[in-house]
Write a protein that binds this ligand. Sequence first.
Ligand code: COA
Length: 332
Amino acid sequence: MKNRKLFTKILGIGAYVPEKIVTNDDLCKIVDTTDEWIQTRTGIRERRIAAADQTTSDLCVCAARRAIENAKIAADDIDLILTGTITSDVAFPATSVFIQRKLGLKDIPCFDYNVACSGLQYGIEIARSLIGLQSYKNILLVCGDKLSAVTDWQDRSTCILFGDGAGAIVLSATENEEENSIIDVLLGADGEHSEILILPAGGSREPTSRESVNERKHFLKMSGRDVFREAVKLMGNCAQEILEKNGMSANDIDFVVTHQANWRIIDAIRERLGVPSEKVCVTIDKYGNTSASSCIIAIDSLIKGNKIMKGSKILTVSFGAGLTWGAAILKF
Ligand code: COA
């Protein structure tokens, strides 16, 4: 039994964004900015912000329920929960265990990983590796963040960018190669850039103190121009490398789904790959940057828009704090 080759099939996808819409005009009331500046520099018109009592695991559970329903399996069929988040409910234990409890599941292993916005691509690689080892049959991969909880609402250079949301995928083992959904995954990271996007305090390096709070170090800090430059370079390189590695060109891809961080970054990747804008999924106008969930929310929007057919191929590419990056070619 153990030497069968197993492939990984995407069985169901679900996404969730909170109800509350915060427009650019709403932000103009709290920081010195304009709708025009935000739209021209980022492409964002509005974002969703979670309720005060809604945690990251709450967002993730909503997305997970939808993914499980779309997968047409029972929640009990899930045998591992894997969560990509940088805004865990509490410092520990893992957000995955709260998701497990809220889904009413028992005993199955649960763990989190922290790669920020590259959560989908890293999560798929972990899941398909575990499935390949014949360890699990139905893995629930959840990516979610409540970035509003770590956003400095006095900092106009960051607070305009982010939104809350979650996405989930059920990945299942199959012996049938025809059903394989994961053509390839490519991952990378460079700790040399760890300081350009960071939440400085509250960890072992600088435990929370009165000073750290006064200096607002419990909010995320970002060097926007540096992140922009690296994002364009790293996502572009990674997308091209995975295509070349698989003997494919952008013409073989039906949709490109990049991390939704800035419309100008998305368009730079589109230009570098030489694909028409109809092939590029853009949701940043409605949701802003939702961190790890952004690519899943975008893929979910393509599914809901009936754009994905049987056999459609998606190239998804991301980058995030770390810096981390990753690309995956998916077949539906
Ligand atoms: N409203 C109005 N003006 C603003 C502003 C805002 N919300 N935020 C910054 N500015 C000002 C700056 O203070 C600066 O003014 P100055 O020239 O007088 O100093 C000016 O606008 C230009 O700032 P700059 O940082 O050069 O703008 P930018 O064109 O690089 O755009 C970002 C800023 C943040 C939108 C852009 O750098 C970006 O998207 N970076 C990547 C962010 C990202 O992807 N993060 C997530 C990674 S997962």
